[in-house]
Design a protein around this ligand. Structure first.
Ligand SMILES: [Zn+2]
Ligand SMILES: [Zn+2]
Length: 349
């Protein structure tokens, strides 16, 4: 028997002799969604097999508490092997759902079972994503302090239940209830009111995500520099908080992004080498890397003398554009020409 969804009315009462009846393979295998976090898949897998997430920790030989968020960060080999053996999901696909240990790991929200009202929680969510999902699931990017809005829906993320203000605690769910219901009060999180984020703040958020992604993908030695600047955003925003970004609630981080979006991006580029400063400045000014590439395509067309088109076609050779872009950004490239198309970039240091 297979199934992809876990529904509140889908109840299988086989808890008592589960080990006897499901010794070799669990009754239901749940396929992960693309871009699903490991803990989210584990909760859906447990529910589909008639086991409450809190009890599923014991099935995996783990103690209760934040057992599943911890597996997102570190998955013991024997647990990965057990999951692969008991489901039809390959071990590589299971490992791929973890939060990869990369240079941006310091941006992860800390694991807190109970967080004070104005502190961060370990997980955020988008009510509209949940509403659009066949079976609501959690995305890895919602674990990052540098994310405050949904790129798909343009609304702010939430980190608490709007009814009882508890954080996400599906790992502690003792009933057969899907994970888009608050564990503490059963509020349907799909009905959470829309949180707004100013457009300028969303542009800055996307630019920061792109800067981290681009610098990480190119093995840029300064990725640690970008991450530490993002962590220090509350100080740069001058909102009176000494905490790092990862310790602020989503609402406080939204205020932080909105305050910094109204300022020049000096806090992100000061005291870096000129090539790095120009690259970051241009991504922020364009509102993201894709927007920058589109502008760069226009720039190339203009300087190559080809007829100007109204819009870059979606099938444009993006890798060639990337290569050309980074050639231009090298010292001695045609950076000065690129500069002339923009307003004043930061002064070289
Ligand atoms: Zn969304
Ligand atoms: Zn609640």
């Amino acid at each position: 028997m297979r199934g992809d969804t876990a529904r509140a009315d889908f109840v299988i009462e086989i808890r008592e002799r589960y080990g006897d009846v499901a010794r070799n393979c669990w009754p239901v295998s749940v396929d992960p969604f693309p871009d699903e976090l490991l803990s989210s898949w584990l909760h859906r897998l447990a529910l589909a097999n008639g086991i409450a997430p809190r009890s599923f920790a014991g099935v995996l030989g783990l103690s209760e508490g934040m057992w599943s968020p911890r597996l997102d960060l570190r998955l013991p080999r024997h647990v990965a092997g057990l999951l692969a053996d008991q489901t039809s999901v390959p071990q590589e696909a299971i490992s791929a759902m973890m939060m990869s240990a990369c240079a941006s790991a310091p941006l992860l929200l800390p694991l807190r079972e109970n967080a004070h009202r104005n502190r961060s929680t370990w997980m955020q969510y988008c009510p509209q994503c949940f509403a659009a999902d066949d079976a609501p699931y959690f995305r890895p990017q919602w674990r990052l302090a540098s994310r405050v809005s949904c790129f798909a829906h343009g609304c702010g993320l939430r980190d608490r239940c709007p009814a009882c203000h508890a954080g996400i605690a599906t790992f502690d769910q003792g009933e057969l209830v899907p994970q888009h219901f608050c564990v503490r009060c059963r509020f349907d999180l799909r009905a959470a009111p829309k949180a707004s984020v100013k457009a300028a703040a969303r542009r800055l958020e996307r630019a920061i995500a792109d800067i981290c992604r681009v610098e990480l993908a190119r093995g840029w030695p300064k990725i640690g520099d970008a991450v530490s600047r993002v962590l220090s955003m509350p100080a740069a925003a001058d909102l009176g908080s000494r905490r790092t970004l990862t310790n602020l609630s989503t609402a406080a981080r939204i205020r932080c992004f909105e305050a910094l979006a109204a300022k020049p991006p000096d806090w992100l580029v000061n005291d870096t080498d000129s090539a790095g400063a120009y690259r970051r400045w241009m991504i922020v000014a364009a509102g993201g890397h894709d927007a920058l590439i589109a502008r760069f395509a226009d720039f190339l067309e203009t300087h190559q003398g080809s007829p100007r088109r109204k819009r870059t076609p979606p099938a444009a050779d993006r890798s060639a554009l990337f290569a050309a872009y980074f050639r231009v950004m090298q010292p001695g490239g045609v950076r000065a020409s690129a500069r002339s198309r923009r307003a004043r970039p930061p002064a070289p240091h």
